[in-house]
Design a protein around this ligand. Sequence first.
Ligand code: FUB
Length: 454
Amino acid sequence: MKYRELAFRNFTTVFTLIILLTPKTALAQNPLIIDQFTADPTARVFNGKLYVFPSHDIVPPKGEGRAEWFNMADYHVFSSENLTDWTDHGKILDQKDVPWGDPTAYSMWGPDAVSKNGKYYFYFPTRIKGAANGEKGFSIGVAIADKPEGPYKPQPNHIHGVEGIDPNVFIDNDGQAYLYWSRGEIFGAKLNDNMLELASEIKTFEEIPQKGHIEGPFVFERNGIYYMTYPHVANNTERIEYGVSDNPMGPFTHRGVVMDESASGTWTNHHSIVSYKDQWYLFYHDNDLSPDFDKNRSIRADSLFFEDNGNIKKVVPTKRGVGVTSSNSEIQIDRYSAKSNYGAAAVFLDRLDPFQGWKMVINKPDAWVRYNRVVFGKEGPKEVKLKARSLTGGTVVLKLAGEDQKEISRVAIQKGGNWNVFSAPVEKEVEGIQDLIVQLKEGDGVEVDWVKFN
Ligand code: FUB
């Protein structure tokens, strides 16, 4: 092989490796991740950053996995400092690398991760080698790392005595760790200091509803109250409920519902609750990127608030999600905070490729969409750009929400079938954090992919 050819080959190999190994960053509203399916998110704060450990729904290779069911072969971890920019740190564990697990099970279900004594412990369920289908064949394993992003090394064996799925580890203020999991009911036990073995009898939380499927426990503490939260099918599909106690091992008294059944009809929900930079959040999932098949899910986050007596206020799912959005980024108004109840809808850019995301279709005069928490710099924007298209042409007005709904710009969208970027000057001073309104003023309809200020 000639020197130049060899040099080129080496260059492309190194370049490909760099691309593969560089963590991918993306901007997000809800769902948080749109280039792959994700479910069962456990959010944890490590070293001042928020990490999310979800499971990873996939469509398995032909002839593998289980048709019309959950299929998961590995786990990724994601992190964010501002809850807007998310980094995918890549794969942290594969079913093929679990010594005790069935490498063909596609059953890497809801995980958790905690930190103790400078190490990171990743808890995950999977089917034991040689076990039959069903939750009975599952156990929970641990993989250990020096950093939240891994690499994680799985232990040779699963945790002795544990049969089931959906591990959750809670470490109390005195350092004692507890493991909770489910298998039709919710179970819990103390963990040894090494975080790898049970250190007490297994308790079944019988006070938690016995009727209707129950799974996915998540325990946390706030102001001396221990909260046991869990998805439960009280009616048709899972909703997130909770009980409280003065002891991490219960008994828990039922207090209410954290999140109602999903409007989309997605049968599962699975969540975690975390406090980050003085705000509480609920991480959960729905089927945003797969409206016709609810076993390909997508993780979401919304703010969570407490009543003065410690009760959790019900969380209403939003598309807007959490975090602020820079006015200089492509503002995805299809992830709106609110919209008129006529003439405005978010639809996929390409129905055959949901990973491309959504567009906003506004097709009635005065129909509008509001996108909250856009951050403008001190200088203020001079120009606004819209990626849009319109078969008939139209005028889009941009306003700031507030009492006088100040109009800041008018953008003419020329008639034509192709996507184009249209711009117009911003006529008013704009600074600080603003809620933006995008409204159709003239024309029969426009489609907007994003809005951006310069
Ligand atoms: O993701 C597979 C299973 O679906 C989880 O383990 C359950 O909690 C439910 O979300």
